[in-house]
Design a protein around this ligand. Structure first.
Ligand code: DGL
Length: 210
């Protein structure tokens, strides 16, 4: 028997990559997906605005009977999750749960990396929040030795505007990958720290070492 749905939220289409993985991992559950295409992108917005929009989304999904909401968006996980968990949830729905994507990604990175040299690609918001380096330091059991980051502000608009198969996409992806490899040429793990980026994976693969 299917249960009440798990809410999945992202700033736009990108979180469908997370939804797909969740459906595969948890086929016995129903999901309700909310993408805020009207106000995307979140990556260039302030902390306060991302927090406000994310809280609205969480409240909406609660109102649709979702006792658990996954914030699939890295930017919203970086900028809003902690406040929602600590300040809002106890007031608005103490029995419900809200989870993000950064902590599980960090745990996976710690499992995968062999040399502890990690790169993170993300939105301006995610990168400037330093959430990944902070969490990698805290939760990787010392396995991650160094984290470098690169903000890729053009990548989300490329996906949202369906410009993936274009020379422009190729140009920006190549440039950002070269930049992060310049920061540390020994990276063995590169985090696609934004839900939209897996959709660009084919091009990303062309510019990273094997
Ligand atoms: N989906 C968001 C993330 O994972 C980024 C997209 C946006 O800038 O809205 O970070």
């Amino acid at each position: 028997m299917k249960r009440t749905p798990i809410g999945v939220f992202d700033s736009g289409y990108g979180g469908l990559t997370v939804l797909k993985a969740l459906e595969k991992a948890l086929p016995e559950f129903d999901f309700l997906y909310l993408g805020d295409n009207a106000r995307t992108p979140y990556g260039t917005r302030s902390f306060d605005v991302v927090y406000e929009y994310t809280l609205q989304a969480v409240k909406y999904l609660f109102s649709q009977n979702c006792p658990l909401v996954i914030i699939a968006c890295n930017t919203a996980s970086a900028k809003a999750l902690r406040n929602i968990q600590q300040l809002d949830l106890p007031k608005i729905a103490p029995e419900n749960r809200v989870l993000g994507v950064i902590r599980p990604s960090v745990e996976k990175v710690a499992e995968i990396t062999k040399n502890g040299q990690v790169g993170v690609l993300g939105t301006v918001g995610t990168v400037t929040s330093d959430s990944y380096p902070i969490e990698l330091e805290k939760w990787s059991n010392g396995r991650v030795k160094s984290t470098v980051q690169e903000a890729c502000p053009m990548w989300v608009p490329i996906v949202e505007n369906n410009e993936i198969e274009t020379e422009g996409a190729e140009f920006f992806i190549k440039k950002n990958i070269q930049n992060i490899l310049r920061k540390n040429k020994n990276l063995d793990t590169l985090v696609l720290g934004c839900t939209h980026y897996p959709l660009l994976n084919k091009i990303i693969q062309k510019y990273v070492p094997k």
